[in-house]
Design a protein around this ligand. Structure first.
Ligand SMILES: [Zn+2]
Length: 442
């Protein structure tokens, strides 16, 4: 008994001792140490009520450990690191006091000069982020399926194609458009082989003491416990999106990032995918952090920084406006998440959710993340196979535009509607009509 107690005490001391000298960083996968000093620039830029409403209604809708954020009358205390027991104190601006300006590199629509009716997006800097990689990477990303001997469907190729259509439309409307990705090659210089050691460590930490190196059967769910699968996802998701964020934040400096994706329902075997009648649309903005995500020092810091930048005040009405234009053009119903575990419905359109994705969190500007179309629905699958064409054609029994043009046109229309109104310029009445989404045969 005594021996056991001594041993336990000894191991307790061992685990505590190094922490006294240097607090352990608690950082998410491939994340970097938070620069809390940056938040000094946001002192007295937000009132108590604004801060509390954003925390409770947008960012921390799933709750959080009580020691992480403490909201008092005049300030909020945010834990920087639990082991070190160090906190950052954010001083609120008094309700009646003049606000200090919010430091940010992006410009809200209202601060852009009024625009002409023909160029409602003049001067706006938009970065397009076509989701995933496509090309030879699509199978690795698990964004690939093939129906019989038809052309394989690769999400990363579809999103890039949409982005190129969208870029030309936005440029005609006066926007300054850049691409976060404009090829089917990765933005990151890393490759899966660079992450094998890290993959092994992550697996061991997650209770797989002797991880297998390779996937033996691609349909085996245990494949996620192999070093190959983990090192691949570290490459194509974590490293790639963090690299895109560096490009957006330090090079492109846009006023807005549009992340372009197509959705899917579970398709099972990619060589014999399940086709479904289900089809839907939704858009995402950043928020709805999980309690366990807020435990990471970097994610908590990024959440507070994003909140203080007020990106939400811009991205939410923008997402709602784009959603209505997309709903009208595509006729798609809103997606309903099967659970509310990771998302929170926000806004007024019924199509927008808050969710903490890497891309919605890491880009330092408003981000609207579009998820229209279920790729493995019978209808969308037929439209993808029909490819691009001018004008309209009958596909799967309905006459309509090519899916690429429909996607690009509807996003462009949403931007025109939002910026025309916010900038106070004149514009065609048709572009502003906010009628209910048209019902169609979905
Ligand atoms: Zn996607």
């Amino acid at each position: 008994m005594l021996k056991a107690f001594v041993l336990r005490l000894f191991s307790l001391l061992l685990s505590l001792f190094p922490l006294v000298l240097q607090a352990a960083d608690n950082i998410s996968v491939l994340g970097s140490k938070p620069r809390w000093d940056i938040l000094e620039h946001y002192q007295e830029t937000i009132t108590h009520d604004e801060f509390a409403n954003l925390i409770n209604g947008v960012y921390c809708t799933h709750g959080f450990a009580p020691d992480l954020i403490e909201i008092n009358d005049k300030s909020a205390r945010i834990l920087m690191n639990r082991d070190a027991q160090k906190s950052f104190t954010l001083r609120f601006c008094a309700d009646a006091a003049p606000r200090k300006p919010v430091p940010r590199l992006w410009r809200p629509a209202k601060s852009l000069p009024p625009a002409s009716g023909k160029k409602p997006l003049s001067g706006l800097k938009v970065a397009l982020d076509p989701g995933h990689l496509g090309g030879k990477w699509a199978k690795m990303e698990e964004r690939w399926f093939q129906v019989a001997d038809s052309k394989p469907v690769q999400e990363g190729d579809l999103t890039l194609r949409v982005a190129r259509f969208l870029a030309s439309r936005l440029r005609k409307l006066g926007a300054n458009v850049s691409f976060v990705r404009n090829s089917d090659e990765p933005t990151t210089s890393k490759r899966p082989g660079d992450f094998r050691d890290l993959a092994r460590k992550i697996l061991i930490k997650n209770g797989v003491p002797q991880p297998r190196p390779d996937v033996l059967d691609p349909n085996d769910p245990a494949k996620e416990q192999t070093i190959r699968w983990q090192s691949e996802i570290l490459f194509y998701r974590y490293s790639e999106i963090r690299r895109r964020a560096a490009r957006v934040n330090f090079k492109l400096h846009p006023d807005l990032v549009l992340c372009l994706h197509l959705n899917a329902e579970g398709w099972g075997d990619p060589n014999s995918p399940t086709l479904t009648d289900i089809n839907h649309l939704h858009l995402l903005v950043n928020g709805s952090y999980l309690a366990e995500e807020l435990e990471f020092d970097d994610e908590r810091f990024e959440m507070v920084r994003r909140l203080l930048s007020r990106a939400y005040g811009e991205e939410l009405p923008l997402a709602d406006t784009i959603a209505l234009a997309m709903a009208r053009e595509t006729g798609l119903p809103p997606y309903a998440y099967p659970t509310t575990n990771s998302t929170t419905r926000v806004g007024t359109s019924g199509y927008v959710y808050a969710r903490n994705l890497l891309a919605t969190r890491l880009f330092h500007c408003p981000v609207v993340y579009c998820e229209p179309y279920v790729m493995n629905s019978k209808d969308v699958s037929a439209r993808i196979q029909a490819g691009d064409y001018e004008g309209t054609r009958t596909v799967n029994g309905v006459e309509r535009k090519s899916i690429f043009r429909e996607y690009a046109d509807s996003v462009a229309e949403g931007l025109v509607n939002y910026y025309s109104k916010a900038r106070g310029g004149s514009h065609s009445p048709n572009a502003m009509s906010q009628t209910a989404p048209r019902r169609s045969n979905y």
